[in-house]
Design a protein around this ligand. Structure first.
Ligand code: IDP
Ligand code: MG
Length: 158
């Protein structure tokens, strides 16, 4: 099996607006396996490191304040093409420009308060998973419905 892993976290507005269950449910229903999950309050230092690619941009300081203003739920999702598929489920960066059917497109109108983060490449996913989770916090397990999520009859997962 050659399944990919990605890191997503529900941002403080998702929890304050009581959308966490609804959003997590989408990933479950899509077929992803949740291999890590925790409630965290991101520190300022952690937020600055996580978003370091945006340091110096005009939205950076407000982004740090937003990310640290309340608890988040971080998750590692495992599945075929996990990075790309999860990103497509998020929508575009700005809620108001996101297509309906995506998390941001269904629940956000804001440029900043867009509910969820998702790794944007397989390399970023690897780095972010390590940043958010210790290896012992990730749980590998099998599930009974895997043969209904993918065609596993033959070589690999199709
Ligand atoms: P992404 O979350 O879709 O990958 P990035 O460009 O990496 O988007 O930006 C990180 C986060 O910074 C966004 O999710 C959003 O919360 C915030 N952000 C990005 N661009 C803007 C902006 O122009 N105004 C306000 N907030 C922004
Ligand atoms: Mg990004």
């Amino acid at each position: 099996m050659n399944l990919e892993r990605t890191l997503v976290f529900l941002k403080p507005d998702a929890l304050q607006r009581r959308l966490a269950g609804e959003i997590i449910s989408r990933f479950e229903k899509r077929g992803f396996l949740i291999v890590g999950m925790k409630l965290i309050h991101i520190t300022e230092e952690f937020a600055r490191r996580h978003y370091s690619a945006h340091a110096g941009k005009d939205f950076f300081e407000p982004l740090v304040r937003y990310t640290t203003c309340g608890p988040c739920i971080a998750m590692v999702l495992e599945g075929k093409n996990a990075v790309k598929v999860a990103r497509s489920m998020l929508g575009e960066t700005f809620g108001g420009e996101s297509p309906s059917g995506t998390v941001r497109g269904d629940y956000s109108l804001s440029n900043r308060f867009n509910l969820i983060h998702g790794s944007d490449s397989t390399q970023t996913a690897e780095d972010e998973i390590k940043r958010f989770f210790r290896s012992e916090e990730l749980v590998s397990y099998s599930r009974e419905d895997i043969q209904w999520i993918y065609d596993t009859d033959g070589a690999g997962i199709v």
